[in-house]
Design a protein around this ligand. Sequence first.
Ligand SMILES: [Zn+2]
Length: 287
Amino acid sequence: MICPFCKLKCQYLYTINRFEEPLEIFQCPICKLQMQNTSDPYKYYTKEYFDGTANYNYFDERKYYKYCEYVWNARLKTIKKYKLPPARFLDIGCSFGGFIKSAIKYGYDAEGIDISSYAIQECKKDPVLKNRVFQNHILDFNPTKKYDIITLIEVLEHLPEPQKVFKKLYDLLNEEGLLIIQTANFDGLQAKLQKENYHYYLPGHLFYYSKSNLTKHLKEYGFKQLIYFHGVDFGLIPKLKKMKGFIDSPKYYYKYIRASLYHFLSKVAYKNFALTSSFVLYAFKNK
Ligand SMILES: [Zn+2]
């Protein structure tokens, strides 16, 4: 495999055997970007992937809407500090559009795209989303107007040809635009220690970034200023409130303690060192 950014031959790193089809992971010798060798990067995104009935799937946010909203609203509160509504807002990989709906409630002129025709059809049943969602791959998406904010929440790692994606993201943003990426940080000690057992190695996760290589490559593509959130870009309380939707018995209450501990450990970070691999990045086109 060749690093799409450095154009160099990558080194074999691991074979991950916990899935039906083993995943082969390679790493760029220069930027340390890790990648998965796959013949068909789009095969996973079936209806079953979205409604949660496939072997490997996205959780169906429609069943937990009320709980997910805590996190969406908390994130929007942070975004608002940098870009006030009614900025033009695009959520890439929007799935059933929950985050877009929250952004609209917040006053943003929000839209979304997803490659799944099923997810987009489902969105279109909602009168609020009907004219605001498009079935598109980012590289084929050509809107008439640019955006002020673009979000990729746990999406970037799914996208092939990231060098083209970075250029496209830059082009889709207005001059003062803000790009928000949530993905794992492979500079984090969590990924380094857990190696091939790290849960982020999944079918469909094609690229594994780090704080250092995201910084390097986003700057190469023209982004000027970056702000890093180790952990997430919102506080602990909304995260715990979201968890309430998934915890149905007191015997699982220990999970709140574990999540709280993880949240605070995530804040332990200095330069390219971080204890955990949870990570959100805000990249400004100009600032
Ligand atoms: Zn590289």
